[in-house]
Design a protein around this ligand. Structure first.
Ligand code: ASP
Length: 334
């Protein structure tokens, strides 16, 4: 079987309704029909429609990753997935964690303009993604995102602009390569071997794992409230190199003491958290008390990793050490 297209909605599948708003209406087959026929020969379609990728949830992203695994088990040579761009990086990362071992190229794509917009970029992105998934050198580079002719590793890719077509970038790393869709059959120029394989996680996400944004006036009660609601871990989106407003520190230290891991990610799109600063909330002080650096993952990706790592019924006596070990192994690969 050649390539399987898993279609999950998003702007690439959206048309305007009578209210002038875009919603997903196009099937995977509709999308393929807009691509040059010679690029779509033999492509099989699996439709998994989603009403807005922002509504997917980690369970939904895991279900999508399982569909990738199923396609591989059924003999697909590669998978292309159409997806909303808002959280494409989170689904790509979920697939990287759960479906990379399937061993076939997995390429996510979407569009920034809907299908009724004269600037619709869906067919080009889909055609490029099909070229990448069919490329003989694609396997082994991990799950990737293909947008605006550029390929990015799931681990590093991030959406940097709300509406521009060249919104996706690889943070801290070069992109994987470029697709030249003008060439007859399309050509990929690879420039990177891809991200190393991440340490193992489980298949069943636990939760909740809230993301707390550190800011001057953050309410520390959020930590206790989240613990009452059953939080099994926290991710703090911190400033710069990982500094966290001092008001959050005492309740988070109590959480760590109770076996609830706290991972710190930077809100900056480049660089990562580092123990540079001391004093109240400085990440150098926090790391000495069990706060875990996200190893370059965004808060959204760190949250998914923690959910899958801890699972639905985490052992509180080992959870903090387990998280520290996993993120440290991930960081050692950078
Ligand atoms: N703006 C989004 C997109 O590009 C909508 C979504 O993520 O579902 O597809």
């Amino acid at each position: 079987m050649p390539v399987v297209l898993i279609a999950t909605g998003g702007t690439i599948a959206s048309t305007l309704g009578p209210d002038g708003r875009a919603t997903p209406t196009l099937s995977g087959r509709d999308l393929l029909d807009r691509v040059l026929p010679r690029r779509t020969v033999g492509v099989e379609v699996v439709d998994l429609p989603v009403a807005g990728s922002w509504n997917l949830g980690t369970d939904g992203a895991v279900a999508v990753a399982m569909a990738v695994r199923q396609a591989a088990a059924d003999g697909a040579d590669g998978v292309v997935m159409t997806h909303g761009t808002d959280v494409m990086e989170e689904t790509a990362w979920t697939c990287e964690l759960l479906a990379r071992n399937a061993g076939i190229p997995v390429v996510l794509t979407g569009s920034m303009h809907h299908a009724d917009d004269p600037y619709y970029d869906g067919p080009k992105n889909l055609a490029d993604a099909l070229v990448a998934a069919g490329d003989q050198h694609a396997a082994g580079r991990g799950v990737m995102v293909c947008m605006d002719g550029e390929l990015h590793a799931a681990r590093y890719v991030t959406k940097t602009h709300a509406t521009a077509v060249d919104t996706f970038r690889s943070a801290n790393h070069p992109s994987l390569g470029l697709v030249d869709g003008q060439a007859d059959d399309g050509v990929v120029s690879w420039s990177s071997p891809g991200a190393p394989r991440s340490p193992l996680v489980g298949d069943v996400p636990g939760g909740p794992v809230p993301i707390l944004m550190s800011h001057w006036d953050v309410d520390p009660e959020l930590v206790e409230a989240s613990r009452h609601a059953g939080a099994i871990g926290f991710v703090v989106e911190a400033g710069g190199a990982g500094n966290v407003n001092e008001r959050l520190v005492p309740p988070l230290l109590r959480a760590i003491g109770a076996g609830i891991p706290v991972v710190v990610a930077s809100r900056c799109r480049g660089g990562q958290v580092e123990p540079i600063y001391g004093g109240p909330g400085g990440f150098g002080s926090l790391v000495d008390h069990g706060f875990v650096p996200s190893a370059g993952l965004t808060a959204g990706k760190a949250r998914i990793a923690l959910q899958l790592l801890l699972g639905p019924d985490p052992d509180r006596s080992t959870a903090v050490a387990t998280a520290a070990r996993w993120f440290s192994e991930l960081g050692a690969q950078l």
